[in-house]
Design a binder for this molecule. Structure first.
Ligand SMILES: C[S@@+](CC[C@H](N)C(=O)[O-])C[C@H]1O[C@@H](n2cnc3c(N)ncnc32)[C@H](O)[C@@H]1O
Length: 350
């Protein structure tokens, strides 16, 4: 006598991910109805923004619940070259389409400057204000600022560490190199928070001429505002131009050398080479700062799946490996307050 074993239909990982996105979309749709309802009650633009902030605070536990589950739902799909495009298509249709009214989602997704992580997108994060043409756009913008928190944090940490280093040195001048600098949001911030400095000498490297042009204008404005002399030399080109041995004029020259937001796109060999080139440019007692997004976090879903940025995530051990490779013994890796960002600080012997 034969028996029939019936297997429940196997739900594929991709189907489960699609269901996950649909569940999230359902929550977003309910939230959108709520935002439209409260928009009708608002007495002024200011009142509307206050109501939107309040609405997001109430929505935050739901938002965080999905983000907390997202890594497991999406990371294996993104790691599979066949499934990745399918996962991206689902994400775009089900999630991004609903959030795209938000200026940050639109900018991050569209990559208007032709590459991920451009300075215009980052500027939206650094400004951190409520923007958007409609109440829903403003709500989406506010929600996605949360995604950008590690980016804002790492800039703050970099500036604070440079200011500390500058003060520790007890000199009126401070020199540094910033590779993948974007529109150099750090320089004006450093000038504003380090009253003990008369002069900042900075070497800026980026492949985006528009970012460097924006940087120039901002440095001029910061100089006029703070009275700190900002002596900037700008290299428009690839970080790869620095991978040859440093020319004598740059070898051992800077008090500080750093790169945040670029190593995340480099393979291991190039990342090591860039860290080495920064290290070689440091003066004795100088500090290297190298940042990279941390593996296994809720960043992966929005950054790699919604926005299709091919960020490579790393571990604390990976960053310590960079320090070991240059022989740095005085080094530490910290995780920022969002838990999504790793920063390696390594001090060269004096
Ligand atoms: C995520 S942004 C970070 C910008 C800046 N460090 C910040 O924190 O605001 C990455 C920057 O790396 C630059 N970039 C990307 N590829 C590059 C390359 N091959 N060489 C030099 N810069 C590059 C981009 O133009 C962009 O400004």
């Amino acid at each position: 006598m034969g028996s029939t074993v019936s297997h429940p239909p196997q739900t594929s990982r991709l189907d489960r991910y699609a269901a996950f996105c649909r569940d999230f979309a359902q929550e977003l749709d309910a939230m959108r109805d709520e935002v439209e309802r409260i928009a009708g009650l608002a007495a002024s633009e200011h009142d509307l923004d206050r109501r939107i902030e309040h609405a997001f605070r109430r929505f935050a536990p739901t938002w965080h619940r999905f983000f907390a589950a997202s890594y497991e739902a999406v990371a294996p799909l993104l790691a599979d070259e066949d499934l990745r495009p399918k996962a991206l298509a689902i994400t775009e249709t089900v999630v991004v389409s609903r959030m795209r009214e938000g200026p940050l989602t639109a900018s991050a997704f569209e990559k208007r400057r032709g590459y991920p992580g451009d300075f215009e997108t980052l500027d939206l994060i650094y400004a951190g204000d409520l923007r958007g043409d409609t109440p829903w756009a403003r709500f989406c913008h506010l929600a996605t600022l949360e995604i950008g928190r590690p980016v804002a944090n790492r800039l703050e940490l970099a500036v604070a560490d440079m200011a500390r280093e500058a003060e520790r040195r007890g000199r009126r001048a401070f020199s540094y190199i910033n590779v993948g600098c974007g529109a150099a949001p750090d320089v004006a911030r450093l000038a504003a928070c380090a009253p003990f400095l008369d002069r900042i000498e900075v070497r800026l490297v980026d492949h985006d001429a528009g970012a460097l042009e924006a940087a120039r204008a901002r440095l001029d404005a910061a100089q006029a505002r703070t009275g700190v002399t900002i002596d900037a030399t700008v290299h428009h080109g690839s970080y790869a131009d620095l991978l040859e041995p440093a020319p004598p004029a740059e070898h051992g020259r800077f008090d500080y050398a750093y790169c945040i937001g670029l190593l995340d796109y480099l393979g291991e060999r190039r990342a090591h080479a860039l860290v080495r080139s920064l290290w070689d440019r440091l003066a004795p007692g100088g500090t290297l700062l190298a940042g990279n997004m941390k593996d296994g976090t809720a960043n992966v879903w929005p950054v790699n799946a919604w926005f299709d940025w091919r960020v490579k995530y790393r571990t604390e051990e990976d960053l310590l490996g960079w320090a070991d490779a240059v022989g740095a013994t005085d080094r530490t890796v910290i995780t920022d307050e969002s838990g999504r960002n790793l920063l390696l600080f390594a001090r060269k012997p004096a």
